[in-house]
Design a protein around this ligand. Structure first.
Ligand SMILES: [Zn+2]
Ligand SMILES: [Zn+2]
Ligand SMILES: [Zn+2]
Length: 224
């Protein structure tokens, strides 16, 4: 199953809906947050190929953490875990459900016989017995490194008019200031998008060169 990036909004929305449909209490013991219960969503059957947030509501029910654990038995399975999503929380506000470490990048793992968990990179690799999560993080780290080198590159030259420019992969890029904002020109084609800072502008052009959507940039503006 492919990993879904930025899964969290969908999962949280789905979870809130199931809990609301169940009246905000555990279906086994009837306790809710007011009684100190931490509510979770239990998938009654496993539907292959479906993301945990794509199940029909009838396949899910609200259980408190205690009732949920006893529903699944005591021993967490060692094999058969699949990573289905990842998200960037922007800071270390997450906590790995497996080891308790503070995490920024969360990986959503599921198992047909165990509640889904949000874990860090290392625990994700450990559970799935793959290097999927760390490979993904490595590529993210490499990208961030290349991006910061590009942003602070000494190849950026500023002319007398304050126009900042450089050549990147055969493309002539320049940034001009238009009142308080910045605008991008690539090989004489000026974009319509405005950026708040030069750095934001550089991030954007770096991204579209890297992911191959620079072509689309030209098509969009030259068609007119
Ligand atoms: Zn469950
Ligand atoms: Zn309960
Ligand atoms: Zn962990």
């Amino acid at each position: 199953m492919a990993m879904r990036h930025y899964y969290r909004k969908d999962w949280q929305k789905f979870r809130d809906e199931v809990i609301e449909l169940d009246g905000g209490v555990c279906r086994r013991c009837g306790r809710g947050p007011l009684q100190g219960a931490i509510l979770q969503v239990h998938h009654k059957t496993y539907l292959p190929g479906k993301m945990p947030w794509e199940y029909p509501y009838g396949y899910c029910e609200t259980l408190c953490r205690g009732c949920h654990a006893s529903e699944h038995g005591i021993v967490r399975p060692f094999q058969g875990w699949v990573c289905v999503g990842d998200d960037d929380l922007g800071d270390l506000s997450g906590e790995c459900d497996l080891c308790g470490t503070q995490i920024r990048y969360v990986f959503f793992v599921q198992h047909e016989k165990w509640p889904a968990m949000e874990v860090g990179e290392i625990c994700c690799d450990h559970l799935t017995q793959t290097s999927e999560a760390s490979d993904y993080m490595d590529s993210k780290r490499r990208y961030a490194l290349r991006e910061s080198r590009f942003i602070s590159s000494s190849r950026w030259k500023r002319n007398q008019d304050g126009l900042l420019s450089l050549m990147q992969k055969g493309q002539h890029i320049s940034l001009e200031k238009v009142s308080e904002n910045f605008r991008l020109t690539v090989n004489q084609v000026t974009g319509k998008k405005f950026f708040k800072s030069e750095e934001e502008c550089k991030r954007y052009i770096f991204k579209i060169i890297e992911n191959g959507t620079l072509e689309a940039f030209f098509r969009k503006f030259q068609a007119k």
